[in-house]
Write a protein that binds this ligand. Structure first.
Ligand code: PLP
Length: 401
């Protein structure tokens, strides 16, 4: 039963929560993707900062195939070897002592926020439950995480929303000082706002958040779902800031394309989650864990992390030249291989047009809001693919700029 399907099928049988591109990818290798008609695309989107090692990386294929022949799933009624190896490596490589696994970034944040509420209740009683989050932030699509996220358009249709959540402008130290008090149970921050336009936190802002949390007995949560696993050139973005969170959430690149999420924390905080307090059927299953373990082993190699910096420089040089040529980039920003080009002039607010023009030239890119073109390619993208993709972006911009 291999019925022919096309882009039109999407409009007939899928819930229309997305409006995907006009072509259907059927195969990928490295940073190239082919559609149903055999047309080739350069991938600067990386599955939204997920495909850290590109498509069908041979070592990930081997890890998945090997585990697929052994054991797929047993539930958390039983533990398994891959998840224990993965947790051991994550705790070895980060500040954390312990890991909780789930299947997505939203679930990792859901676990973090629930844990923060429980820690505050256990330590201080009922009157310490406010979560302080940033305007324009993105933390996922469950009801709790859209409510904590700072974009009302994602939450307003689903009210009544969870209570005791406050938003402050990102990077505004004074606003944070005014908001965080003894009723605060947690402050949650993306070290770089990804969906919110590729905007990095000032190290001084993060340091102040750390100090305020310490002063008021609140937990500092870093949402590294988008910035984690090598994306910014260090294994996690916090490692470049000098600020260590109490809880860190990871997903996207962690699985390199296989769904997995993780919440990392310390012994003292983790002990507030005891058997039965939180859980998930699939979380940390052997297939996802085996793939994530291999992703982590590869990405944490010094040459892979160093390669992110050299590729960053190559992208920024190419993008700067395009910006100068067409006068359409107000700002080129981001760290490592999470890059944002803010549009101006004729293309102000027209990121969607850039995506469509890029598609027509055989290039996959992302947007971060209406005004920013976002790139989140594989951490190991080849120089020739960067150059060819930038040439295609040049032709795409020539169409519309
Ligand atoms: C993508 C993202 C999420 C949500 O992850 P899902 O896997 O889609 O649930 C949460 N936080 C940040 C910062 C993200 O970029």
């Amino acid at each position: 039963m291999n019925k022919a399907v096309s882009r039109a099928t999407f409009d007939q049988v899928m819930v229309q929560t997305y409006s995907p591109a006009g072509f259907i990818p059927v195969r990928g290798a490295g940073s190239r993707v082919w559609d149903q008609d055999g047309r080739e695309f350069i991938d600067f989107a990386g599955g939204i900062a997920v495909n850290a090692l590109g498509h069908c990386h041979p070592e990930l294929q081997a890890a998945l195939a090997e585990q697929a022949g052994k054991l797929w799933h047993v539930s958390n009624v039983f533990t398994n070897e891959p998840v224990l190896r993965l947790a051991s490596l994550l705790t070895e490589l980060t500040f954390a002592d312990r890991a909780f696994f789930c299947n997505s970034g939203a679930e990792a944040n859901e676990a973090a926020l629930k844990l923060a509420r429980k820690v505050a209740r256990d330590r201080f009683g009922l009157d310490k439950h406010r979560i302080v989050a940033c305007a324009n932030s993105f933390h996922g699509r469950t009801l709790f995480t859209v409510s904590v996220g700072g974009q009302a358009k994602y939450s307003q249709d689903f009210a009544p929303l969870p209570a005791a959540i406050a938003h402050v402008p990102y990077n505004d130290i004074t606003a944070l000082e005014r908001m965080v008090d003894d009723h605060t149970c947690a402050v949650i921050i993306e070290p770089i706002q990804g969906e919110g336009g590729v905007v990095a936190a000032d190290p001084a802002y993060l340091a102040r958040a750390r100090a305020l949390c310490d002063q008021h007995g609140a937990l500092l949560i870093f949402d590294e779902v988008q910035t984690g696993v090598g994306r910014t050139g260090s294994l996690y973005a916090y490692m470049q800031t000098g600020v260590v969170p109490d809880i860190l959430t990871s997903a996207k690149s962690l699985g390199g394309g296989f769904p997995i999420g993780a919440m990392l924390t310390t012994n003292a905080i983790a002990e507030h989650f005891t058997p039965g307090t939180h859980g998930t059927t699939y979380g940390g299953n052997p297939l996802a864990s085996a793939v994530a373990l291999r992703v982590l082993e590869i990405v944490s190699r010094p040459e892979v992390l160093a390669g992110v910096g050299t590729r960053h420089a190559r992208f920024v040089a190419g993008l700067t030249a395009l910006g100068d040529k067409y006068g359409i980039f107000k700002d080129i920003r981001g760290k490592g291989l999470l890059l944002g080009c803010e549009l101006q002039g004729k293309l102000e607010g027209a990121a969607r047009d850039v995506l469509l023009a890029a598609e027509a030239e055989g290039l996959m890119v992302l947007q971060a809001g209406p005004g920013v073109v976002r790139l989140a390619p594989a951490l190991v993208i080849e120089d020739q693919d960067i150059d060819e993709g930038l040439a295609r972006l040049d032709r795409a911009l020539a169409r519309i700029a």
